[in-house]
Ligand binder design. Structure first.
Ligand SMILES: [Zn+2]
Length: 105
């Protein structure tokens, strides 16, 4: 499964936690995309992640991920301690994004 197939969008955050889509990775504070575990089911939902410079007051957190790559098609999400993404959602999705591909863990 690729990240691109999960309708990803780079996002920019405002001080109050609201956010808006942006075109370019360089402008982005974070990323939103459909949950790879729940994709195609009636429980389908969005996942949102933030880059390290975003205030820890902005949820979800405290995890923060840096973007490595040139765009959505080859994106790797890298945290300081782990590459794994564990979501706070009920589905407990656990995965990594490496080189634009979703790896379920
Ligand atoms: Zn899910």
């Amino acid at each position: 499964m690729t990240l691109v197939s999960l309708e990803p969008m780079f996002i920019k955050v405002y001080r109050d936690g609201a956010f808006t889509g942006v075109q370019r990775m360089e402008q982005a504070d974070g990323l939103t995309f459909l949950c790879p575990k729940c994709f195609g089911t009636y429980q389908m939902h969005w996942i949102r992640i933030w880059r390290p410079h975003v205030s820890t007051n902005i949820l979800p957190g405290p995890g923060r991920w840096e973007f490595v790559g040139t765009g959505l098609s080859d994106l790797t999400l890298r945290a300081s301690h782990t590459q794994d993404l564990k979501t706070e959602s009920k589905c407990k999705a656990h995965f990594a994004i490496r080189n634009g591909k979703i790896e379920m863990l």
